[in-house]
Design a protein. Structure first.
Length: 344
């Protein structure tokens, strides 16, 4: 019942926990704004300290009351916020701030709280509400233009100006979030140039020279952190699954993780990363097989687990090969993302 009410107010720059929007849309928006001819080159990478744990209940309820008058609904929303958290030692801790994660209401109310940032950026000169004529005039006068892209509590502010303009906006955002009980992490909220690159939602977005040419383009590819995470998952499964179990048990675990990871990252420049991940997984699985059969020769192992070849295959399953996943380019949708709620 609450979602259509607040969806009417949410701005297009917010992508997380919203219907028919996804992380790929947020990444595509950053790529679009940083590319020629827009060239928003300075980026404020935002990091909110313990966002879901520190949202002020008082400030949040004030924003909910501005759109909802029914006292029964308000009481229910407050009950969700005050419901408490069951800790690992099975004791119930009171929640005096924040939105309890796991609650079905938390994604929506967190967007309600963080929309103060969206509204502030949209209202100031040089923001997304400015016309192309006004943005051009500001650029001639040496004034910055900027756009916000937010996915839940992960956000980045793209600035077409100077580094000092970006740093000034970082402090301005900190002041906007303070009334909601939120704080920016001084160490993790960075100001970077698009040529240096930024990590956003698992992707590395960076502008560099295209091989064989003098032209520079913005590329999106899996970040090193995301690659290390899936490699650690492969290594963990090869340790958790005992060598006494059939190979199919290990392949079932690995294939599920690898398919999901590749499906998320196939819409970028990911071929080289997929190739590296494929070779790493192949080596790790063969090490597991060597531990399983310590006295067996390579020829016997290949005959038993690879049909005489080199690619691990069980009785029912074959190891998923990330290198065979074809990459595509995500279609930029911009402001034409459809809403499930029809205008009255």
């Amino acid at each position: 019942m609450l979602e259509p009410i607040f969806e009417a107010d949410f701005l297009p720059c917010a992508y997380g926990f919203r219907p028919r929007r996804r992380a790929h849309d947020a990444v595509a928006e950053v790529h679009y704004l940083a590319s020629r001819p827009r060239e928003y080159t300075w980026v404020v990478e935002g990091d909110i300290t313990a966002c879901f744990d520190e949202i002020s209940h008082l400030a949040l309820m004030d924003r909910v009351r501005a759109r909802v008058a029914d006292r029964r609904v308000l009481a229910l929303v407050k009950a969700f916020l005050k419901s408490g958290i069951l800790s690992e030692d099975r004791t119930l801790r009171d929640t005096t701030a924040g939105t309890p994660q796991g609650s079905i209401l938390s994604p929506l109310v967190s967007n309600v709280a963080l929309s103060v940032l969206d509204e502030h950026i949209a209202s100031v000169p040089g923001g997304p509400a400015s016309s192309s004529v006004e943005r051009a005039r500001r650029q001639r006068h040496g004034l910055p233009n900027f756009r916000l892209v937010r996915y839940a509590d992960d956000w980045c502010l793209l600035v077409k100006g100077t580094r000092s303009d970006a740093e000034a906006l970082r402090q301005e955002i900190a002041d906007v979030l303070a009334p909601m009980g939120l704080r920016l992490s001084e160490a993790k909220t960075l100001v970077t140039h698009i040529d240096e690159g930024l990590d956003f939602l698992g992707w590395r977005i960076q502008r560099h020279r295209k091989r064989g040419t003098s032209r520079r383009y913005v590329y999106t590819y899996p970040s090193r952190k995301a690659l290390r995470a899936v490699m650690a998952k492969v290594k963990t499964w090869c340790r958790k699954v005992g060598v006494g179990q059939p190979l199919d048990v290990l392949l079932r675990k690995l294939n599920t993780a690898l398919r999901g990871w590749c499906a998320y990252f196939r819409v970028g420049v990911s071929s080289a990363t997929f190739s590296y991940l494929s070779h790493y997984t192949w080596r790790t699985v063969w090490r597991w097989l060597r531990r399983k059969h310590r006295k067996t020769t390579w020829k016997q192992l290949r005959r038993q687990y690879a049909n005489g070849g080199w690619w691990p295959t069980g009785n029912e399953l074959e190891l998923f090969d990330p290198e065979k996943v074809s990459t595509t380019r995500y279609r930029y949708r911009g402001s034409v993302i459809p809403s499930p709620w029809q205008a009255a």
